[in-house]
Design a protein around this ligand. Structure first.
Ligand code: PQ2
Ligand code: NAD
Length: 236
């Protein structure tokens, strides 16, 4: 490790059912556990003491809690996919990091961003829309503040919006074989005031069925623009 500040590379990792281990059971461990559980990971916490929420999640069967201090070569670490060193003991965090690195595993260290294999961003989830914010560890409080601002800009309606766009995209892919023409239609589709329509509460299953039918009937630039005009009339 050179100690030079890294230029991070963002990823969206699929950790569904993957074994992830958090060493430590305090506030930081709890925050990491919550995000891992939301992503469907199989979480194990190793800590002699744990917050009441972590213990509650254990009782509810949502995670496994090994109520012992970390020791080298624990089997849960050997089989882990991702490892988080989140104790309040820098020496323990370092030992966890060295063991993980020796096993070629990615490790996040709560008190050592520069030597962490990865850091955790602040996130906004709106269904399939996932926005991640990082300050490369310069100021996690700023990451949280930017997240709050994004939460205002990208409201709950984005969940339905993306589900709908996915459906429309699949439909267009099935009826328009030419890639370039498809790109043109997708571009025009983004001009539609779908978000306002969804926000108005007047976009329902019937409206969606009609929309899909119209696209199927006229999957052309003119057809798309005509639909855009109809949507504008609906929301006015
Ligand atoms: C985003 C978030 C995700 C999460 O943890 O889930 C996250 N920290 C969050 C909150 C937060 N953390 C801290 C405060 C107090 C205010 C402040 O210090 O700013 C607050 C704010 C609060 O709690 O309100 C203190 C703190 N954090 C780190 C250190 C150690 C160090 O700097 O070395 C210390 C100092 C300890 C000390 O001083 O003793 C380190 C890291 N924290 C990171 C992530 C990574 C870099 C993220 C980035 O790229 O910016 C990184 C490098 C490693 C990692 O943890 O992955 C989450 C927001 C959750 C949300 O969205 O609400
Ligand atoms: N990355 C971040 O977002 C962030 C935020 C704040 C603080 N920090 C850093 O993370 C550290 C932890 O913060 P916290 O608020 O969760 O601390 P905390 O004091 O609430 O929790 C520490 C936990 O570590 C456990 N622990 C201690 N020794 C252990 C061992 N040998 N094996 C296993 N578990 C052990 C304790 O049982 C306790 O559950 C802080 O000391 C600070 O350096 C990081």
């Amino acid at each position: 490790m050179s100690g030079k500040e890294p230029n991070y590379y963002p990823l969206m990792i699929n950790i569904a059912d993957k074994p992830c281990v958090i060493v430590g059971g305090g506030a930081v461990a709890e925050r990491k556990a919550q995000a891992l559980l939301e992503a469907g990971a199989a979480v194990t916490v190793v800590s002699p003491e744990a917050t009441s929420r972590l213990r509650q999640w254990q009782q509810e069967g949502k995670l496994r809690l090994i109520a012992e201090p970390y020791r080298p070569l624990m089997s849960c670490i050997r089989s882990a996919y991702l490892i988080f060193a989140a104790t309040d003991r820098p020496d323990v965090n370092k030992a966890v990091r060295l063991e993980a690195e020796q096993q070629g595993k990615l490790v996040n260290v709560a008190d050592d961003a520069v030597r962490s294999g990865f850091i955790v961003p602040a996130t906004v989830r709106r269904g399939k829309l996932l926005i991640a914010v990082s300050t490369a560890g310069a100021s996690p409080a700023v990451a949280k503040k930017v997240k709050r601002e994004l939460e205002q800009a990208f409201g709950e309606e984005y969940e339905q919006y993306l589900d709908l766009l996915q459906e429309l995209r699949v439909l267009i892919q099935s009826v328009v074989p030419d890639t370039q023409r498809r790109q043109e239609l997708f571009k025009r589709m983004l001009e539609w005031e779908l978000l306002s329509w969804i926000r108005s509460g007047r976009f329902d299953e019937r409206a969606k069925a009609e929309l899909l039918e119209r696209i199927g009937l006229e999957p052309t630039a003119q057809g798309m623009d005509a639909i855009g005009r109809t949507i504008r009339e609906y929301i006015e």
